[in-house]
Design a protein around this ligand. Sequence first.
Ligand SMILES: [Fe+2]
Length: 419
Amino acid sequence: MIDNIHKWLILRLTLVWLVLSLVVGGLVNYLGHIRLDNHVVNMARAETSHYTADFSAYLSSPSPQTLALFSRTIHTLIEKDNLIVVEFYNADSQKVTEAIKSSAVEIEKRLPKHGTEFTNTSVILCEKLTLGQEIFLRVFVPILDSAGGRSGYLEGIYHAPVDIVAQNQRETLHALILVVVVIFVITLALYPLIIRLNRKLLDYSHILALTNIGMLKVLGSAIAKRDSDTNIHNFRVALYAVRLGEKLHLSNTAMQGLIKGAFLHDVGKIAITDAILLKPGKLTSEEFEIMKTHVSHGRDILYSYDWLKDADEVVRYHHEKFNGSGYPAGLTGEDIPLNARIFAVVDVFDALTSRRPYKEPFSLETSVGIIREARGDHFDPAVADLFLEQAEEFYAEICNENEPLLHGKLEECIKIYFR
Ligand SMILES: [Fe+2]
């Protein structure tokens, strides 16, 4: 049972939002980097193509004059574009010539040296390098002859334009913010839906509880018809038990078991023959032994239904005594479940203060005196003392009220503790 659904839900939805934001945000960031890398690679390839055409022309007719002309061309070209270093190698991997952009001499020195060797591959290779926030690419471009063989290659360093990198980072950041906000809005939209769904579930669960309680009353009434011929004993003991349970600050769960147990405490009497159950005189010891079995019969009846299992403590142990002289197990002290110790006091008090076929009701004073006398022997002294402190108030509220009024009061308790 969740005591504060709002707090529970806010914590979990916040957690879901954070986890989703981290996972999806990380993915967006990763894809942003991939997109930037691809963009830069394409730009670098496009720029190196200006050089490879001229180098192919040189390789087709190499001479000192064409080399000088080619060197002049690449020194002019490199000042205009984003390549900062270009080196040209022949088929034997001997450097033919090179050019370095005048403004990038220092940068070139700070860049990491070769991480990739360009050997016999005939495809363009790119290796990403970073220097602070700036991105560079080491590019290897094969120069192929007419037969498709490699006649040389270009090795260059491409400096990704700062504005392109910054724009890509801005776009990635915007996408990241958008993703986090969208996940937040979706999570926020889920909140009222889940609360509404939870309310519906609670309503259905309450209807189910009411159905079960109806069945509880019918069963309690059936037992009463066999025994005392009235429901009112069940209503009174249930109300006394609730009031004492409230003074003991029982949890809702414990209170539910106490109410169910109060209704069904003598359900096992269904299995006792009329000759014993309705015998007007005192029971013989053999008959009393049979009568004692009503608690085990009660346990057997409830055992098959989960919803009634929490009534078991009262049904099974309501005849136990604090000093160990009760039945069926002869439990002592706090080994007797608290609900059974509570019920033992109120059951005896109601028997004392109500009319029975064999006796007139005792006065409040006499009944209180008998309970006080039995504290520590029959009853848990702490529970009995608390009851005695409130006995006058409980008696005034419950003892002489009619059945419909008691039924109404019990309905109120059920609304509180079974919600
Ligand atoms: Fe009983």
